[in-house]
Write a protein that binds this ligand. Structure first.
Ligand SMILES: [Zn+2]
Ligand SMILES: [Zn+2]
Length: 366
């Protein structure tokens, strides 16, 4: 049998038998994974009202039960007055041990706070106004806005200090039905993807903040070309930076780094049949200001023109309707490749290749 305590609870860490050990035990059961502003749920034993509880021996050798949040605040600020003072929460998570959400008040303050949060005399109110609810409206919104993946309900349950079942019910809208579901399910917008499921708008990128960080780390101002921002990681065919990105639809694909940079800058991907052209002619450049949308033919023509120096005037290819440069037309006439091969190489219709070969187009080359 435990001896009935004859000395008061500790109001300061120094009044505990072993402050360091108590603090370690407390820290081990507080989940801080949500970050400094989030609720820090208590992972240990809770009383029926949802408060974390811990037995601690004071410097006199007496053991008392303490609210975990009282101990958390005591260690954070150095002292917490005893009864009739009470430790109150500014958030609505009964087991929260984040000192930033805790303050000392009176029983009257506690009653006022309960009333303000709607936890008072209205037991049948739904959602946050229900005194038994452990999730806040913001938490419900976050659960519903996050794409559901394996284990995500359990992760939320740990973070918010509720059961996995509660998270599942909230996500499906069975609980907290009055709180609007932001995107509903599925948790992504079809319009952010093409018919193959590839991302065509930044809003389709999963963990976009992380992707932005990756881009910041993987690109730097060019030392060779002023204004260019070069991709300094993996580079693939044609010298384009390569990057692997997961969409909110769950599909992970490889993309040109310049293409993702374009989306991150707020532009939509070019429509089918169109490409992103580099005005700077540096495929690894991911500066969106150096990119523009054009056809394959324009892209090939511009590359060709730059390849030759590009300064001299060329009447044939500058008539606006011409899809090939003079040099390309010459190369096509000299080539033994099939119409289809050459059409692919120069990004034009096979008909154009036929016309160049027959002399119908670029007659002046003879
Ligand atoms: Zn909190
Ligand atoms: Zn550039």
């Amino acid at each position: 049998m435990k001896r009935r305590p004859t000395t008061p609870r500790a109001s300061r860490p120094e009044e505990l038998a072993d402050p360091e050990k108590t603090r370690r035990l407390l820290d081990a059961k507080v989940d801080r994974s949500g970050g400094p502003d989030a609720c820090w749920p208590w992972l240990g034993h809770t009383s029926p009202n949802g408060h974390g509880q811990m037995y601690v021996t004071n410097a006199h050798g007496d053991q008392h039960g303490y609210s975990a949040h009282r101990l958390a605040l005591m260690f954070a600020v150095g002292a917490v007055p005893l009864k009739p003072a009470v430790v109150l929460r500014s958030c609505n998570s009964a087991s929260c041990c984040n000192p930033a959400h805790l303050y000392v008040g009176t029983e009257q303050d506690a009653a006022r706070a309960r009333e303000a949060l709607g936890r008072g005399n209205h037991p049948r109110r739904s959602g946050e106004a229900n005194h038994r609810a452990k999730l806040t409206a913001a938490q419900v919104e976050e659960i519903r806005a996050t794409p559901h993946t394996y284990g995500s309900d359990a992760a939320f349950a740990r973070r918010f200090g509720v059961t996995v079942g509660a998270v599942t019910l909230v996500r499906k809208g069975i609980r907290w039905g009055s709180t609007p579901v932001r995107r509903g399910e599925p948790a992504f917008d079809e319009a952010d993807f093409d018919e193959r499921g590839r991302i065509i708008r930044a809003s389709g990128i999963q963990n976009i903040d992380e992707v932005r960080e990756r881009f910041a780390e993987a690109s730097m101002s060019s030392t060779e070309a002023a204004g260019c921002i070069d991709w300094v990681r993996a580079v693939g065919t044609g010298g384009y930076g390569r990057v692997t990105i997961t969409g909110k639809n769950g599909l992970t694909s490889g993309y040109g780094a310049h293409r993702i940079a374009w989306l991150l800058a707020g532009y939509d991907a070019p429509p089918d049949g169109m490409v992103l052209k580099h005005g700077c002619d540096r495929p690894r450049c991911v500066n969106p200001q150096h990119l523009s949308v054009g056809t394959h033919a324009e892209n090939a023509a511009e590359r060709e023109a730059r390849g030759r120096g590009g300064a001299e005037k060329r009447s044939g290819e500058l008539n606006g309707r011409s899809k090939l440069t003079r040099e390309q037309a010459r190369a096509i006439r000299a080539s033994a490749g099939t119409h289809a091969e050459l059409a692919r190489r120069y990004g034009v219709d096979p008909k154009v290749i036929r016309k160049v070969r027959s002399g119908e187009n670029w007659r002046e080359l003879a």
